[in-house]
Write a protein of this length. Sequence first.
Length: 364
Amino acid sequence: LASGNVLYDNGGNTPSITASSVKILAAAAAMQALGPNFRMSTKVVYSPSNPDTVVLVGGGDPTLRRTGSSGSVYRDAPKMSDLAKQVQDWALANNVTAINHLVLDASLITGSTWDSSWPTYERTAGYQPLITGLMVDGDRSNPAAAKSPRSSDPVGRAGREFKKALGDLAVNADITTGLAGNGATKIAEVKSAKLPTLINYMISSSDNTLAEFLARHVAISQGLPANLESIQSGYQKALATMGLDWTGTVIKDGSGESKFDVVTPALFNDLMAKILGGDANLKSIVKGFPIAGKTGTLLGRFKGANSEARGHVFAKTGSIFHAYALVGHMDAKDGSRLAFAFFGSGPATSNATRDAIDTVTAAV
């Protein structure tokens, strides 16, 4: 990284299946486009002409925490109980004795809620929700478990949880979907943790949910629709000043679950150099990188003869059916800092491929 010299290149300009290593692009694009103070928000609005009707407006924040849960995988998650308390206080101050209609507005995110290349197993087993503008706890059945089954109706679940949080005020309220009216008055709002906290968890735990939502917020920031089709254009616009070579790159989602996400190793190395040579905000992205044998998704890796690399390799893992990746930087024995991107894909791959990538990394 100090000299920019390429020390080894085997297919470095060949677009390769990224798996979850593509989350590095999500993190960099989000930091560049949204900035470190960015927060996702959820609001409640109403129209003075219909005081018994409130609209819960999803702001594309999957971290919103339902009332009564034992915990959340998301640090400093906003609480639905706080949102409900603000509505209750508003009702008391304005002599509103009952909310009879609860409308759910999830219109921020558009298009398909599920990429056709994602296996259904990813949702039912608990790795990925349907991507909607409104949900609670990443739509997890167990909010405190990173891997937890997701539902077929995230918006409805959020509405039911909000009605529950409102208590007696909305005990008889019906729940429908709709849009907040133009000029509606905001009566409550809660916000997520700031972007660096979100990125840290997304990278360290390889959280697919946050990756998908950050990808869509990047698209929105670039004036694009918040859908799957806008993700690559959003990234390229957000990172335009970095001068990256996007030749052959195809990005279908934010999480890397699509087997059609392909990026060249050379682009990843160039991006790593730009991140580590950038400002403090960009550099903060790597704080979430798993450390070989120590943290995150690299905690249980680099064993046996590869253990000498423990504590010296900082990288984002990637693993989907028939594809593995490891992208990041390392501190070599001679004191130099090296960027690297290693990929293995094809029908012959297995867990042994992942171990082989560790062996190659340790050898470097």
